[in-house]
Design a protein around this ligand. Structure first.
Ligand SMILES: Cc1ncc(COP(=O)(O)O)c(C=O)c1O
Length: 384
């Protein structure tokens, strides 16, 4: 099977892991963790970075760090991986789910402006309330879908106007550019990157938070390191054991050495699919907005010309041919724990999600394998 997205571990991973074993630094203390944080801070254009056990745990602690509390609402796109929304629920809060823009599959900023204007009001003490539910609105959580930065200038402006902190889920957007700025330096309070196994660079598992604010970085580090004070057993808050291990960071450091090259490979894979399918009627490429230089974490197509049954059959046939063609995220408003959450109309999201087919896009994908995928996909859409 030509896999969808598997790690490319051809660098110094084994050597750095051996260093961990030899030194016995395998846990959350160790030199690779610091080195990894410095590498990610530099690559993402941020001043501070704190590495965590997962992207999900980083989002949870970041939301807590900006003051999200029980029964609050956090604004988020419905079209995302479930972890973005689970992190909100882990705070005891509810998502306020938004539709996305067809241009970037990220939160629709016109809808955001409209809903903030017309469906919230400010209490006498200054707290922003969602008028229908009476819940406090306490943060905005944009997601950089596929590694494409959301429209951050507009989001930051709205956040500022409504005194809302911004926690970005940029899980797959390390190495990508918004206008002329790297994805960790776009004015958010916190930005999260994930290093799970299907990301462009992996640490086996793991996440990181970046920020330019020293106080926020300190609070986040404290909260994710069991809120320990001093070297012994004093803890001044309810903390979390959420830090990355030296083993994960060793793999992460080796991967970061290849970040630039891996992003270029991903971009080339996306370009090749785009060109190869450009003449197929009813097939659209994934978005690639001009304001960004996407990292093209995943590649694939959007199929508008078939019914959903036909599309599922095509996926099965591609898998039978040895190609790991898959569906993509099911929106949060259709997921059991969140069906009751406040939400906007979902015109784009509802029409889009079942029409997406992701295609093999590992950074180790050979030219011959991508040619094979192109050929089989073309035949399927010509034959059907
Ligand atoms: C958009 C998005 N958010 C959050 C996550 C969660 O990251 P992790 O798997 O590191 O917890 C992922 C990763 O799979 C993701 O793609």
């Amino acid at each position: 099977m030509i896999p969808l997205a598997v790690p490319n571990l051809a660098g110094h991973e084994a050597e750095y892991l051996q260093e961990c074993i030899t030194s016995t630094f395998v846990s959350t203390v160790g030199p690779f963790v610091t080195r990894f944080e410095e590498m990610v801070a530099a690559a993402s254009g941020a001043k501070y970075a704190v590495a965590t056990s997962a992207g999900t745990t980083a989002l949870h602690a970041a939301l807590l760090s900006v003051g999200v509390g029980r029964d609050d609402l956090v604004i988020a796109p419905s079209f995302t991986f479930i972890a973005s929304i689970a992190a909100i629920a882990h705070c005891g809060a509810l998502p306020w789910l938004f539709d996305v823009s067809p241009e970037n599959w990220s939160i629709d900023v016109t809808l955001l402006a409209n809903k903030l204007e017309n469906e919230t009001h400010r209490r006498a003490d200054g707290v922003l309330l969602h008028t229908e539910t009476g819940r406090r609105v306490s943060a905005i959580l944009p997601v950089f879908t596929l590694g494409i930065p959301a429209q951050m200038d507009e989001i930051n402006e709205l956040a500022k106007a409504h005194y809302l902190p911004v926690v970005v889920d940029a899980a797959a957007a390390l190495g990508t550019i918004y206008k002329d700025r790297p994805s960790g330096s776009l004015g958010a309070d916190f930005t999260m990157f994930s290093f799970n196994g299907n990301k462009t660079v992996t640490a086996g598992g793991g996440g990181i938070i970046v920020t330019d604010d020293p106080e926020k970085a300190r609070l986040f580090r404290h909260l994710t390191t069991t809120a320990r004070v001093g070297a012994d057993y004093d803890h001044d808050m309810v903390g979390y054991n959420y830090r990355m291990t030296n083993l994960q960071a060793a793999v992460g450091c080796a991967q970061m050495e290849n970040l630039g090259r891996f992003v270029e490979v991903k971009r080339n894979i996306a370009r090749k699919y785009r060109e190869a399918f450009s003449d197929l009627p009813g097939i659209a490429p994934f978005p690639d907005p001009e304001y960004a230089r996407s990292g093209h974490w995943f590649s694939g197509i959007v199929v508008n010309s078939r019914d959903l049954g036909q599309l599922a059959d095509i996926r099965v046939r591609l898998r039978e041919a040895g190609i790991d063609a898959r569906p993509f995220w099911k929106p949060a408003h259709l997921q059991a724990p969140y069906v009751g959450a406040p939400r906007t109309e979902m015109t784009v999201c509802d029409n889009l999600w079942q029409r997406i087919m992701t295609l093999p896009c590992s950074t180790g994908l050979s030219v011959a394998d991508q040619d094979f995928v192109v050929d089989k996909v073309r035949r399927q859409f010509a034959n059907n």
